[in-house]
Design a protein around this ligand. Structure first.
Ligand code: AHM
Ligand code: MG
Length: 336
């Protein structure tokens, strides 16, 4: 199509940048794009059909499972299985890894960690939700993938991306060569390149944190929040607080406008709430590739050695200068 580059065209054009098995990874990315379109259709008509509300079940994270969570989980698993480029999946919605051992998938070289529908508390109220995915090489040789394949550091990701189902639907991804964003054009049913080579500002005016939990934050985080609210013309403070409660939407806004997103440890959740494999690693890969920074307050998120599938981590992520400042508060605090 003249003047427009679709996601599939872009993936093929960029194939030579990819490491290892270029064709397979390209096909895997296209499978994810296709599943995203199917999930987008359901998200958009969620208010019209009997798909809202809960299934009554509780997921492995101890949370209520919404029907759309189940739908998105099923859709992505089916698409990846059918595509044949992925030998196994770890999903935020599923307790154990899912191994594809059928004829088409058993020799596949990649594994995928996915949060099929992030921000699920926002589904019933027509607020943006998202999908987050992370792709690794299967490192165990021959045979089906093992748990160890999924416990690789985030720095080993070969690709990562998110889809934000918002006022428009966008797919943003990286293969380690910058970040590109595609907006779904509903009239042609294609993701079209709309945000080439996304760069996040070095600093911004937005801080995003669930300030309702203020009393239960560690002291240095409280101090940093006080800093965000102070008046100081030179550093553009006070910052504006923006918090949607869907990580993908909060990150997407800050990626474009500049800002910091924090999910710190709390008294109830001493390791934070967000999951390393499905949320923090892929989002950190993207933000770093766009020139930003991501840490748990002490070390780079992508350098954390995962010990378990559903591991959680605190996260400070976004514009480099803002994250560095937050880290200063943490390292300056004697008992932190
Ligand atoms: P989910 O995967 O169950 O949807 O939970 C993750 C979401 C993130 O999108 C968001 O940043 C966070 O939970 C909001 O949590 P809280 O309501 O505690 O602020
Ligand atoms: Mg999630």
């Amino acid at each position: 199509m003249i003047g427009i580059e679709t996601l599939d065209e872009f993936i093929i054009r960029k194939q030579d940048e990819l490491p290892y098995t270029k064709g397979e990874l390209s096909r895997l990315l296209r499978d994810i794009g296709l599943a995203a379109k199917v999930v987008n259709r359901e998200v958009n008509k969620a208010g019209l059909v009997d798909i809202l509300g809960t299934t009554g079940a509780i997921n492995v994270q101890g949370e209520e499972v919404k029907k759309l969570d189940v739908y998105a989980n099923t859709r992505f698993i089916a698409a990846l299985k059918l595509g044949g480029q992925c030998s196994g999946i770890a999903s935020e919605e599923t307790k154990d890894i899912i191994v594809f051992d059928d004829e088409i998938s058993k020799n596949a070289k990649y594994i995928v960690a996915i949060d099929p529908l992030d921000g699920s508390s926002n589904i019933d109220v027509n607020v943006s939700v998202g999908t987050i995915f992370s792709i690794y090489r299967q490192v165990s040789s021959m045979g089906p993938p093992t748990l160890q394949d999924f416990l690789q550091k985030g720095s080993e990701q070969v690709a990562a991306g998110y889809i934000v189902y918002g006022s428009s639907t966008m797919l943003v991804y990286t293969t380690g060569h910058g970040v590109n964003g595609f907006t779904l054009d509903p009239s042609i049913g294609e993701f079209c390149l709309s945000h080439p080579d996304m760069q996040t500002p070095k600093s911004g005016k937005i801080y995003s944190i669930n300030q309702g939990y203020f009393v239960s934050f560690p002291e240095p985080v409280k101090q940093y929040i006080r800093y965000c609210k102070q008046e100081d013309k030179a550093t553009n403070r006070p910052y504006s607080l923006r918090y949607i409660g869907s990580m993908v939407a909060d990150i997407h806004r800050n990626l474009i406008s500049g800002g910091i997103f924090i999910y710190p440890p709390t008294k109830e959740a001493p390791r934070g709430k967000l999951r390393l494999l499905y949320e923090c690693n892929p989002i950190s890969f993207i933000v770093e590739q766009a020139g930003g920074r991501a840490s748990d307050g002490y070390k780079r998120i992508l350098d954390i050695e995962p010990k378990e599938l559903h591991q959680r981590t605190p996260i400070f992520i976004g514009s480099e200068e803002m994250v560095l400042k937050a880290e200063e508060f943490i390292s300056d605090y004697p008992s932190a």
